[in-house]
Design a protein. Structure first.
Length: 223
């Protein structure tokens, strides 16, 4: 021990600080709390210099676990993105050479005019959008008539079974009764002969007296 320390004086150039005192006490605890003072003072600068069991006591007990947080709410939907560029046009589909079996075409027809006397005629044409494989069988459903096995529909819902053309009459003013004899092949120059064509037919309306007359309705044909 130095002379100055024995006389109660201070060691020149050294000051005791809180950090020095704390480090010295920690060192004494680490050494087991002995009653003898070491000959030299050591400064603890790292927890690695302290015995692990002592360090664990200095750290204290772990606090209780916190409560779990609540789940966050879903965010709002984002704005709609910009519309993409239109794709290239695909190739055209195959054009049928004839109406497929079982497929049905429908349409309307009307014939009429001003008659000087009974027996005047008006002719209209029904042209099939697609040709049939063969000429269909003609059928006529007069205004007020019922459906048949070949023509199960009505003028409001024209239908035809396979291989049949069904002409439905909806309006008949000052005309003679329509019959299959008034359905003909457009290529036949001699007039209606109860025949048809795979491309279409003609329909003839006969006036039953002088004055205006009109015959009209719908049609259906099934390949």
């Amino acid at each position: 021990m130095s002379e100055a320390f024995r006389r109660g004086g201070r060691v020149p150039g050294r000051r005791l600080s809180y950090a020095n005192v704390t480090a010295t006490l920690a060192l004494m605890i680490a050494l087991g709390g002995g009653t003898a003072w070491a000959a030299h003072t050591y400064l603890i600068t790292s927890t690695r210099q302290i015995k692990p069991s002592v360090l664990e006591q200095l750290r204290g007990d772990r606090g209780p676990a916190g409560l779990p947080g609540s789940a966050g709410s879903a965010g709002a939907a984002g704005a709609q993105g910009i519309q993409g560029v239109q794709g290239a046009t695909g190739p055209a589909g195959p054009f049928p050479s004839s109406l497929a079996a079982g497929q049905t075409l429908t349409g309307t027809w009307v014939a009429g005019g001003q008659a000087a006397a009974s027996g005047d005629v008006a002719v209209t044409q029904i042209s099939f959008p697609f040709p049939l494989a063969s000429a269909p069988t003609p059928n006529v459903i007069a205004s007020g008539g019922g459906s048949t096995a070949a023509c199960p529909g009505t003028y409001a819902n024209p239908q035809a079974t396979s291989g049949n053309l069904c002409v439905y009459e909806a309006v008949a003013l000052n005309v003679a009764a329509i019959t299959t004899g008034k359905i003909g092949d457009p290529a036949n120059s001699s007039g209606p002969t109860d025949a048809t064509s795979r491309f279409g037919v003609t329909v003839v309306a006969d006036s039953s007296g002088s004055g205006g007359f009109v015959d009209a309705g719908t049609w259906a044909v099934t390949g």
